[in-house]
Design a protein around this ligand. Structure first.
Ligand code: ZN
Ligand code: ZN
Length: 732
């Protein structure tokens, strides 16, 4: 008999989803002995018995659990144990990101349970081994109840029996709970007094939403603000109170069928909506099925399915879409603490629907859009973060840039990317950043040896890193953008287009229309958009008039008398530094076409321009590639000529940028092209450019698991800082 003792390890994200009981069932059925347990490095499995039976069991585990099983060691051995057991967690290993489990949206079985008359009927925090909070509740590793924010809720006898029964769907569910023993929701007024508790709290909150009120609800990774998605007055009020006049709101809907009534949803989009991560998915609106107030001027709307049981109960009771947006004041991070929420959301919410399970890790809702058949993350949050990538090098902390900060800690060569924190404009945002960093260091039990930041000296993250160490590695913004794409795809070199709003260029200029060749030997700039004057520099962001005046002046176009004073300021370099930003060129074109005088959120003008673009076969405007300069002046005159037909001009403008990318690629024979930076959040631009380059035989890399915008900068910094060689830069 060929008896064997095999030690195996399961890859990433497998703790905390009922894997151990499932493995125990498979092993027992195969008459194997041994054990399975959580360790701080992942799930460890020991199988003892016939080699062929072990092989079969491993194949079955891989198939039923959709995971990879890696053999650590195997030896011929006399069988040492008499049964298969779920062993206590091992706390000795070094913590690994493999042991961090992601939050999973409520499963179908738990949703059904809400309606039945069992003991969990209507329980707004219902969850099981397949679903519920994970990462957001983790205080330490490995993932066991005692190290989560559920530790203060001891299971009742009924839950205890389910936990111990291998056949129960809550067998070994670390977060097991019920209305008797688990956390509870309560509805509270602005004066913090409790209005209702448990099921009554949910009912009263639903009544308030139906009356047109705004409810601050504590979800899985922090607060959200809810109001009736069919009530234009309530939505307008939420916009007024949040001081958010135009930025789109996401809508919570009960099911994929409800989503399909509001928007056109293809198979990939549906899969993203229904995935365990349960992100907000940006989909194309169906006629006027969605109130214009939800996503003003945009062709797409963000939809999400219920994240938790509370969301499911509210969505079902409301019957139609419910606005579900981040619970924060303008510019602040999402609020996670109940007591702090009364001040932070004062004047915004009418009522507070809160529960008593603390949020250990902040995670805003993730946002995804399907472009070119692939789900691409726009914001890394709940259900998706932390992410991991292999980058190598010493333990170090990469802090990102200024907007969409999503820090990365490199531990033993693996980059752990934390959820999106936001822009570092406010004290609260900077505190949230520091808290995220502290959590990363605590969970990994690592202190970074080095700090890596953006080259921009004024970013709060740069200054934060400089305060911690006299030796920091500074990575140029656009180098990091392209590097992030390489890191994500495990590529070694590419011709990279880094197009965004702004970042510090190698010559200290305001850059954002960069083309650079990035490899493991460093970065070499090869081309750039012809720069134009921007009154106020960085402060010109979102001000369409300033971008317009600068662009028009550069192109030698006539400038309207009303804008003459602004144009005069362009003469002075100190007032109006020159910028090569493609993002600002989008702002200028949107203003020229009368779409957007002043954007009120990141990418606003570009999104309006994309939304109206009409005409698949629109011809590009003429432009020139003059050495290393992308000269867009003729293109500008083309836009002005078509001013009367804004949808055509918008389409031709997009088409022109695709033609620019093709033309630059033609001059450089790199087989791999990376499209990076916030401008490639534009689906029209990304999809067209990708198709055209593929037709010409290029491999095109673009952001999928990390955002195209500044949410990718920390990862790019991690890739660049892995070796000295990668940090070398050759400017134009
Ligand atoms: Zn469940
Ligand atoms: Zn219980």
């Amino acid at each position: 008999m060929n008896r064997e003792r095999r030690v195996l390890r399961l890859a990433r994200g497998v703790q905390g989803r009922g894997l151990r009981p499932s493995i125990a069932r498979i092993a027992t059925a195969a008459t194997l002995t041994g054990s399975v347990r959580n360790t701080r490095a992942g799930v460890e499995l020991v199988l003892e018995g016939e080699a062929t039976a072990i092989d079969r069991a491993v194949r079955q585990i891989e198939a039923t659990e959709a995971c990879d099983v890696v053999t650590v060691s195997s030896e011929r051995a006399a069988v040492t144990s008499s049964a298969f057991v779920i062993a206590d967690s091992d706390e000795r290993d070094a913590p690994s990101i493999d042991a961090i489990v992601l939050d999973r949206r409520i499963c179908a079985a738990c949703t059904r349970e809400l309606e039945h008359d069992g003991r969990r009927a209507g329980y707004a925090l219902n969850a099981c081994v397949e679903c519920g909070p994970r990462f957001t509740a983790i205080e330490a590793l490995p993932f066991d109840r005692a190290r989560t924010t559920m530790r203060s809720f001891g299971p009742c006898p009924a839950c205890e029996i389910e936990y111990r029964s291998l056949d129960d769907r809550r067998a070994h569910a670390q977060m097991i709970a019920c209305p008797t023993c688990g956390p509870q929701y309560s509805l509270r007024g602005a004066d913090r007094r409790s209005i209702a508790v448990g099921a009554a709290a949910i009912e009263r909150a639903i009544e308030a939403i139906a009356r047109g009120e705004i409810i601050a609800m504590l979800g899985v990774g922090g607060f959200q603000l809810l109001c009736d998605g069919r009530d234009a007055r309530a939505i307008a009020e939420l916009r007024r109170r949040k001081r958010r006049p135009h930025k789109p709101f996401a809508l919570l809907v009960e099911s994929a069928e409800h989503a399909a009534a509001l928007a056109h949803i293809d198979a990939v989009e549906r899969a993203a909506l229904e995935s365990p991560a349960g992100p907000i998915v940006l989909v194309r609106k169906r006629g006027d099925a969605v109130l214009a107030e939800v996503a003003p001027g945009l062709a797409r709307v963000g939809l999400l399915l219920p994240t938790s049981a509370a969301h499911a109960l509210i969505a079902r009771a409301m019957g139609g879409p419910v606005v579900c947006t981040s619970g924060n004041a303008q510019g602040e991070p999402v609020v996670t603490d109940v007591e702090a929420s009364f001040d932070a959301l004062a004047g915004i919410a009418d009522g507070w629907l809160v529960h008593d399970r603390p949020i250990a890790q902040r995670a805003d809702d993730s946002v995804v859009q399907v472009v070119d058949g692939r789900a691409r993350v726009r914001r890394v949050g709940r259900g998706m973060a932390p992410l991991s990538f292999e980058v190598g090098g010493v333990d170090r902390l990469c802090v990102g840039a200024h907007r969409d900060v999503s820090p990365v800690l490199v531990v033993r060569g693996t980059a752990w990317q934390w959820p999106y924190v936001g822009a570092m404009d406010t004290r609260a945002a900077r505190a949230a950043f520091a808290r995220a960093v502290r959590a990363m260091c605590e969970l990994s039990e690592r202190t970074p040896l080095e700090y890596v930041c953006d080259a921009h000296p004024d970013y709060a993250t740069t200054q934060w890193a400089e305060q911690r160490s006299p030796v920091v590695t500074r990575v140029l913004h656009h180098h990091a953008h392209v590097a992030a794409t390489l890191a994500e795809h495990g590529a070694r070199s590419a011709l990279g287009f880094a197009w965004d709003g702004t970042g510090l260029g190698p010559d200290r200029s305001l850059a954002g229309g960069e083309v650079l060749s990035v490899s493991e030997g460093g970065a070499r700039w090869v081309a750039r958009l012809r720069p134009f004057a921007l009154v106020g520099g960085d402060a010109a962001a979102r001000d369409g008039r300033r971008a317009y005046v600068g662009a028009a002046r550069e192109a030698g176009a006539e400038i309207e008398a009303a804008l003459a004073p602004l144009a005069a300021l362009c003469e002075c370099d100190a007032f109006a530094p020159r910028s090569s930003s493609v993002g600002r060129l989008f702002d200028a074109v949107a203003f020229a076409l009368g779409l957007c005088e002043r954007g009120t959120y990141e990418g606003h003008a570009a999104m309006l321009l994309e939304a109206i673009a009409l005409g698949d076969d629109a011809a590009p405007y003429p432009f020139r590639i003059d050495g290393s300069t992308i000269d867009w002046r003729e293109l500008w005159h083309g836009v002005l000529r078509d001013r009367a037909d804004a949808p055509l001009a918008a389409a031709r403008f997009h088409r022109s940028l695709v033609a620019v990318i093709e033309a630059v690629c033609q001059r450089h024979d790199s087989p791999v092209v990376a499209l990076a930076g916030g401008c490639f959040n534009n689906a029209l631009l990304l999809e067209r450019a990708t198709h055209r380059l593929r037709e010409r035989g290029r491999v095109v890399l673009s952001a999928e698991r990390v955002p195209a915008g500044d949410g990718a900068i920390a990862l790019g910094q991690a890739w660049v800082s892995a070796t000295e060689a990668r940090q070398r830069v050759v400017a134009l």
